[in-house]
Design a binder for this molecule. Structure first.
Ligand code: HEC
Ligand code: HEC
Length: 530
């Protein structure tokens, strides 16, 4: 088979994906025809609870939920429960630097101990193999960082490099070549939108163990883009351009595509995972049937754990279906640590990277012949699922309420969906049946050529990004010490983030650009209260 030719060049994950996709095409064939509701649902259950049970909604409950999640029309006072963006999981205790580092407020004492162990694992600095601490070795050989926390600093977002000396560890480049450049058959390519860069794989690792060349260094340069606001005020945006310097393994493929990604904030992820799939799909309008200029498409991704296609929820293009899957991908590609989902000890090295493949790995019988055993992955995922969203501030401030009205009037809620109610989950009480306010529809939107990375990912096109949740965004300065926003951190404040909106969000952006200065200030004040 043609496909075989490229298999040895790819990492374990992709090999499995390629092997598995054709078999599963029959299952997902109806999706191609637009029957999005047939995506297999609810595969995200906490793996630690083997008998995960979702209690179905009663008709009466569904009616009640439709009522509480309907968009408000009253901006004279805060809505009920608006102070609690994560429902009972909302944390009210800590503002400031640690505001994102607190467990779900409704967590039992016993589970909090697991959370603390997970916290330790999230911060743990992995070492090269062999080392005296067998439970902590296996780093790399190629990697971007030695721990999760290095990128998700204080459980918040990362940032682009701020100077030539800043090595920008909290962001990386995803790599690939267009699928037409590969030999895969057309049917497979429908689902796999790109192939990994043949020599470098699907992510640029800028660090390596000694004796093994690193893959290269991301370089970013900015060009000023002037924008005039309606009242004549001049604003300057910065448009980035990316390249890779110091390539360790020869030139990139001539068609290589680079996708810059800043590490996102880590709060409320378990709640986003617990939003019923049907409620997300109900918001999708792939062909813009309602003619409002906003489509919204669900990504469909291969889930390594469930061995099936599922709704994509995590990652900046919704390229991962579950918190556990995304965490295993991070161990594999970002740190070079094997788990049961990516068992190869060599991490993300390709067949062309022989020194990397030949280096000792940390797979050890004490860890199920892996570098990180299932308990390590489970506890890390449990932690990632349970970082609490901080309480809203100033919800009843008249300026915040006015800004909230602007947010609705400008059409921001067409993508930044204010409210959902999560599933009833018997074994995941922290996430169970909560009214949440994430301000995302979890869908992909065409944001225009200005923001495009030109690199498709599963069903996402090179122009599309997943609507990011806005909860907690007002705490960015306090937690992360900066206000760099958007997928690559190009926006230096909230207004710049809005002014970059294009594509489906053009009308929204223009409303903000042209609105009276006081309304715009109120809108920003509302965002800062989230
Ligand atoms: C080198 C930097 C880096 C390291 C190290 C890192 N991450 Fe991430 N993380 C990212 C980036 C960038 C993304 C967005 C990925 C994408 O768009 O595909 C991300 C996304 C995530 C997400 C999805 C969040 C969302 O809102 O969709 C989770 C969960 C996550 N990481 C967990 C982890 C865990 C657990 C570890 C450690 C095992 C880890 N990360 C290590 C950079 C990093
Ligand atoms: C068509 C859908 C859509 C509409 C309408 C929309 N957004 Fe967004 N928004 C997105 C997407 C997608 C992104 C991520 C883009 C990226 O990272 O390149 C985003 C990013 C953002 C961010 C940065 C978030 C972060 O974590 O970096 C802010 C702030 C924001 N939007 C606010 C608004 C406001 C305010 C409005 C209304 C004026 C609005 N958006 C309208 C889809 C939309």
């Amino acid at each position: 088979m043609q496909m075989r030719r490229m298999l040895p060049k790819t990492d374990g994950m992709l090999r499995l994906v390629l092997a598995a996709v054709p078999a599963s095409l029959a299952l997902i064939a109806p999706l191609a025809a637009g029957a999005q509701d047939s995506i297999s649902d609810e595969l995200h259950a906490d793996p630690r609870a083997a008998a995960q049970v979702i209690v179905p909604r009663t008709v009466e409950e569904a009616a009640r939920i439709a009522k509480v999640t309907a968009p408000t029309t009253d901006f004279t006072k805060p809505e009920r429960y608006e102070t609690h963006p994560a429902g009972a999981a909302t944390q009210f205790d800590v503002l400031g630097r640690d505001a994102f580092a607190i467990p779900s407020a409704n967590m039992s004492f016993e589970r909090e101990l697991d959370f603390q162990i997970g916290n330790g694992l999230f911060k743990k600095l992995w070492a090269s193999a062999p080392s005296s601490t067998l439970a902590s070795d296996g780093l790399g050989p190629l990697y971007n960082a030695r721990s999760c926390q290095v990128c998700h600093v204080n459980d918040g977002r990362g940032h682009p490099p701020e100077s030539a000396e800043d090595d920008g560890v909290s962001m990386f480049l995803r790599l690939s070549i267009p699928d037409e450049a590969s030999d895969l058959d057309a049917e497979t390519l429908r689902y796999l939108a790109n192939a990994p860069e043949p020599t470098y794989g699907h992510q640029l690792q800028d660090k390596s163990l000694s004796g093994i060349p690193a893959e290269g260094q991301m370089r970013v340069t900015y060009t000023d883009v002037p924008v005039a606001l309606g009242d004549g005020t001049q604003v300057s945006l910065r448009a980035p351009s990316y390249e890779v310097a110091d390539l360790g393994y020869g030139p990139l493929h001539p068609d290589a595509m680079l996708s810059p990604r800043v590490a996102p904030q880590m709060i409320g992820l378990g709640l986003l995972e617990a939003i019923p799939e049907a409620d997300i799909l109900a918001l999708a309008d792939p062909d813009d049937a309602d003619g409002d200029g906003i489509s919204g498409r669900a990504n469909q991704v291969w889930d390594q754990e469930a061995q099936t296609m599922m709704l994509g929820r995590f990652g900046l293009k919704a390229g991962a279906g579950s918190v556990r899957g995304q965490s295993a991908d991070a161990f594999h590609s970002d740190i070079g640590i094997s788990t049961s989902l990516h068992p190869a000890g060599a991490g993300e090295c390709t067949a062309a990277q022989t020194a990397c493949l030949a280096a000792p790995d940390g797979n050890t019988p004490a860890q199920q012949n892996l570098e990180a055993s299932d308990p390590v992955l489970d506890l890390t995922s449990f932690y990632a699922r349970n970082l609490a969203v901080p309480a809203r501030r100033n919800v009843d401030d008249p300026k915040v309420l006015r800004g909230k009205r602007m947010f609705y009037d400008a059409g921001c809620t067409a993508c930044h969906t204010p409210k959902f109610v999560t599933h009833r989950l018997e074994n995941q009480l922290e996430q169970s049946f909560q009214l949440i306010w994430p301000y995302t529809d979890m869908l992909l939107h065409d944001m225009g050529s200005g923001l495009a990375d030109g690199r498709p990912e599963w069903q996402a096109t090179g122009n599309e990004w997943r609507t990011p949740p806005l909860w907690g965004i007002g705490m960015t300065q306090a937690v992360s010490g900066h206000t760099f926003f958007l997928h690559d951190g190009r926006a230096r404040n909230l207004l710049e983030a809005i002014l970059w909106h294009g594509g489906e969000a053009t009308a929204s952006r223009e409303t903000v650009r042209l609105m009276p200065a006081a309304d715009r200030a109120a809108l920003l004040k509302f965002l800062e209260s989230l």
